[in-house]
Write a protein that binds this ligand. Structure first.
Ligand SMILES: [Zn+2]
Length: 233
């Protein structure tokens, strides 16, 4: 490999190592971020489920109070009828019937409400379990992030230093293309397998391949514009 090609290669390898650390850091950070949002949403869902359950309990209490009122009125009218103490027998009978019918309706309503309360209790349990589970995962991701960051930070700083150092060793005339390739998120090198650039799959001419083998100059793929290196090297 030509000495200048080698310094470009080394810079690229150092850059890839630095990229890997950066992407690991971003991945861990993204995990924390994602779980942060998911956890916040689960807290909200649990609060909504709690509010819905509380609302149903209030409805139940109100219904029970109304039911009790109508049952008492019905029983009072019935007692007067039974004991013959009603001032107006027909009115008392109508009162007993009316209050009895309302009490029956309220009982039906109460049964339906209790079914909804059961469903709400199940939903609440699910929401609370989900929230607790996410809180646990969120803490786990935060811990992993913090712990890994302790090692990752100096590693990344070292990788950056190494990258900067190797960059200074690359001849200025080669940096422009290097930066353009990196800027386009392209691989900097096309590795040549026998006589083909494996980056763009184009066959190279014999002179180019032979120059590359002998390492006579820094060579660029005429098709994709990447620096060339033999795969074996
Ligand atoms: Zn190519």
């Amino acid at each position: 490999m030509h000495a200048d090609t080698e310094s470009i290669w080394k810079l690229w390898q150092a850059e890839l190592a630095r990229d890997a650390l950066l992407s690991e850091w971003r991945g861990l950070h993204a995990d924390v971020d994602r779980l942060d949002k998911e956890h916040a949403a689960s807290v909200e869902r649990a609060e909504q489920a709690q509010a819905a359950s509380a609302e149903l309990r209030d409805q139940e209490r109100a219904l029970n109070r109304r039911l009790e009122t109508y049952q008492k009125r019905r029983d009072k009218a019935q007692t007067m009828i039974d004991q013959g103490t009603a001032p107006d027998y027909l009115a008392a009978q109508a009162q007993a019937q009316q209050c009895g019918a309302i009490a029956d309706d309220l009982e039906t309503e109460l049964l339906e409400l209790m079914e909804r309360m059961d469903a709400a209790a199940t939903a609440l349990k699910g929401a609370v379990d989900g929230r607790d589970h996410l809180a646990h995962r969120h803490r786990g991701a935060q811990t992993r992030y913090q712990e890994r960051l302790i090692a990752l930070k100096p590693q990344f700083e070292a990788a950056t230093q190494r990258r900067d150092l190797l960059r200074e060793r690359v001849h200025r005339e080669f940096i422009g293309l290097y930066d353009r390739l990196r800027g386009k998120k392209m691989t900097v090198f096309g590795l040549v397998d026998t006589d083909t650039c494996t980056a763009c799959h184009v066959k190279l001419n014999g002179t180019l391949v032979s120059d590359l083998r002998r390492g006579v100059a820094v060579l660029i793929c005429p098709s994709c514009g990447r620096y060339l290196a033999m795969r074996a090297e």
